[in-house]
Design a protein around this ligand. Structure first.
Ligand code: PLP
Length: 395
């Protein structure tokens, strides 16, 4: 006898991973340059030199026992203090180390917050298009996942649908900006509308409805786009962050949860997050990388390679005839499927080793996602294949 839900999640890894694994196999058979894999959000720019230098210095100067030893369950002071200072300086909030829980990436941060907010009839709202793990994590934690359909024009928030979805059991709304898969950045106007709705409903139902701000792409923006720090707009916000994308450290598994001092029941919520992380065995994030990130806290990514890829791919695809909203952030393009039939299109692309992710798992029909965190050559070589697949679809 097994936990059926856990078995299901393990036996059917998410679709992105399946496509990625297929790409790895094809690359072994045909060679890397014959496979155009746009499936995964794995950063393609190196971590800043400062991170690697810090790791080397720490290994050379710290006692091995200390640097490889456990930190406090909630994370070590150096990183908690560095994050609090960084948030205070950049966003004008008053963050303290006691508000920061160091997690093993954004996914365990979300998992801990979702478990912390689980109550008898709890519901968690996601906004399409959404990162598919929200549903998996919410349901695994025993809450109901409610999906608000997408605003397909601008990929902001469909406010009417959100207003309909919020009810007395709603514990939180997850917002992800810049967004995976659309690349959209939520405007301040959108966030103020969401905040006004949730403030009114929190009052009406007599309990806070939190915003869970899932922000691993916060620093990945282009053309001067601004990512509003949601706690400055709505006090009952819990931030889930990781350095997986901003410092290109996805394999190091390092991130945090920020529970603002001003949030309702801030201390209790923080302890519930710590307890939830403990319950799932995700305390004491890796020590060495905690210290290296603390020493690199003010590093910003050099986005030049992503900028070049974004322009090349966006302009190349729209010139062929593909339709897509130009994204302000992250490293994804969300493209309308020519002909409308996603499964036919994606299979035809796959037959030519052009690997894209259909949009259905993100809660939207008739689109596909491209991760442009690839080499420039991959895009240059893939554009003629995109043209072939487009032409096949429009005849
Ligand atoms: N949230 C979003 C929107 C993501 O795209 C990802 C990873 O791709 C995560 C969370 C998980 O991030 P991490 O690798 O830091 O756990």
């Amino acid at each position: 006898m097994f936990n059926k839900q856990a078995y299901k999640m393990g036996a059917a890894p998410n679709q992105i991973r399946q496509i990625f694994e297929y790409g790895r196999q094809q690359a072994k058979l045909l060679g890397e340059d014959k496979v155009y894999d746009f499936s995964l959000g794995n950063p393609s720019i190196p971590a800043p030199e400062q991170v690697n230098r810090s790791i080397k210095e720490l290994l050379d100067t710290e006692s091995s026992i200390r640097i490889h030893g456990y930190t406090s369950g909630v994370g070590g002071d150096p990183l908690r203090e560095a994050v609090a200072r960084n948030l205070t300086e950049r966003f004008g909030v008053k963050a303290y180390a006691r508000n920061i829980f160091i997690s093993c990436g954004a996914a365990p941060a979300l998992q801990a917050v979702l478990l912390a907010l689980r109550t008898e009839h709890s519901e968690i709202i996601g906004v399409a298009p959404y990162f598919m793990e929200y549903k998996a994590f919410t349901e695994a934690n025993g809450s109901k996942f409610v999906l608000v359909p997408a605003d397909l024009e601008k990929f902001q928030v469909n406010m009417e649908a959100l207003a309909e979805a919020v009810n007395e059991n709603t514990q939180a709304v997850i917002l992800n900006s810049p967004n995976n898969p659309s690349g959209a950045v939520l405007t301040e106007e959108t966030l103020r509308k969401v905040a006004a709705l949730l403030t009114e409903r929190s009052k009406q139902y007599g309990h806070p409805i939190y915003i869970i701000a899932d922000e691993p792409y916060r620093e990945l923006v282009y053309d001067g786009a601004v990512v509003t720090f949601i706690p400055t707009i709505y006090r009952d916000t819990v931030v889930c962050y990781s350095w997986s994308k901003s410092l290109s450290l996805p394999g190091e598994r390092i991130g945090y949860v920020y529970v603002p001092e001003e949030a309702t029941d801030s201390r209790e919520l923080f302890l519930a997050v710590a307890g939830a992380a403990r319950a799932s065995g995700h305390i004491c994030a890796p020590s060495l990388i905690q210290r290296a990130v603390a020493a690199s806290i003010d590093c910003m990514p050099d986005l030049e390679a992503y900028e070049i890829n974004r322009k090349l791919l966006y302009e190349g695809l729209t010139e062929i005839g593909y339709e897509c909203v130009k994204p302000d952030g992250a490293f994804y393009l969300f493209v309308k499927t020519p002909g409308g039939d996603n499964s036919v299109f994606c299979e035809r692309a796959k037959a030519k080793n052009l690997l894209v992710v259909p949009s259905e798992p993100f809660g939207v029909e008739g689109y596909f996602r491209l991760g442009y965190c690839v080499s420039k050559e991959t895009i240059v070589n893939a554009l003629p294949v995109f043209r072939e697949v487009y032409q096949a679809d429009s005849h």
